[in-house]
Every structure is written in C-alpha cells, then in structure tokens.
Design a protein around this ligand. Structure first.
Ligand code: IMP
Length: 197
C-alpha cells in the first residue's frame, strides 16, 4: 500500500472533508495545487468519466497515486439537473451564492423538492492504471425554499437532511461526513483499498 496521495481537486470544501476522513488511516494527502497541477477539464456528461479524467491528469503530472471525486446535486423534478454542471450552474465565474439563487429560482413554488447529492470517487495508482478503484455514494434530501446555516459549502444551505432535520450547512462536520455522499463513497473506497491490500 502507498502512504501518500494527491487529491485531484482545488475545492477547499472538498479537500477539507476528504482530509478529515482519510486522516485516521495514516495516509498523507496533498492537494494537487501543492504540485502546481492545474484543474483538469471536465467535459463529460457523466460523473464517472469526469472523475477518471481528473485522477489520470493529477497522477500523470505528479507521478503519485491520485484520488479524484466528481460530485453534484441532482434534483428529481429537474431530471437530475444541475448534475455534472453543479459547480457552474449559474455560469462563470463559479459562485455558490449564484448557484443557490438560480436553483431557488428554477424550482420556484414547486412542491416536489426531492433531491440527492451524488459522489463518485476514483483512485488511480498511476496514470495508466487499468484497474482504478471506484466507489459511489448518495445522500438523499430535499431543497428548502430559503437557505439555512453557515457551514459546509456549495448547495449545503439549501439541502435538508430528513433524518437530522438540518441542512448540510447546519450539521457539524462529523455528522455531515457520516451522512454525506462523499463520506459514504470514501468509506467504500477505503474498504476496497484494504481488500486489495
Ligand atoms: P465538481 O468539483 O465538479 O465535483 O463539482 C461539485 C459541485 O457540486 C460543487 O462545486 C458544489 O456545487 C456541488 N457539491 C458537491 N458536493 C457538495 C456538498 O457536499 N455540499 C454542497 N455542494 C456540493
């Protein structure tokens, strides 16, 4: 097994959450920015294709094993949108505040506000790895009519977890990591990593 991983992301919210979850494993994680890796293109229509592209890009430039995630929020009544376009739903430059405002506007007064976050995690041992480890996670909830809470990032202030009755921005980090799409995908990835030895 290796003891150092590059994380193929520049999103501070994601980096913090992934670092928290992997810390107990004794694997040293470094963001790709520490190696001067620019953001990879994410041109694909599926999360998995984008995650593979990001991991391959970071592993190729750094020569280290790379962990990438691609994630987003999918709203049932919008046919799964914003989906892979979650980060830039309201266009460039990407802005959580404008994304949230657009989602509220698009949903308007609709009653059906069921949604889920989705995350796929990919670990490539090297850029030509023919057997990347892949794990996915889902977090079901609903979209509120107004934001609540100041933690988390992205769509968290609008995303209500039905079990806790709190938004992603109200949950304390340990609770969010337990419930979240990213936390679940990472836990499965870690299991797969242990099994592969
Ligand atoms: P990615 O960097 O292409 O995977 O974009 C993911 C985008 O989905 C983020 O920029 C957020 O807008 C949204 N997203 C993914 N996971 C979360 C989360 O845990 N909380 C809030 N928003 C999230």
């Amino acid at each position: 097994m290796f003891n150092k991983l590059v994380i193929a992301s520049n999103n501070p919210g994601k980096l913090r959450e992934i670092g928290e979850i992997l810390a107990p494993l004794g694997i040293e994680v470094a963001p790709q920015s520490a190696f001067g890796v620019p953001e990879a293109d994410e041109p694909y229509d599926t999360f998995i294709e984008n995650a593979l592209a990001k991991a391959r890009h970071a592993a190729g430039i750094t020569g280290l094993p790379a962990l990438a995630d691609d994630s987003g929020i999918c709203v049932d009544t919008l046919g799964g949108a914003p989906g892979v376009h979650s980060a830039r739903y309201a266009g460039e430059p990407r802005s959580d505040a404008r994304n949230n405002a657009k989602l509220l506007e698009v949903l308007g007064g609709r009653q059906d506000r069921q949604a889920h976050y989705y995350c796929v995690m990919v670990l490539m041992r090297h850029a030509q790895d023919p057997q990347p480890l892949i794990a996915e996670g889902l977090w079901r909830g609903e979209i509120l009519r107004a934001p609540r809470g100041s933690g988390g990032f992205g769509y968290d202030p609008l995303f209500l977890d039905p079990l806790f009755g709190q938004t992603g921005a109200e949950l304390v980090p340990a609770q969010k990591n337990l419930m979240s799409h990213r936390g679940k995908a990472l836990a499965l990835l870690v299991d797969a990593l242990r099994q592969r030895g």
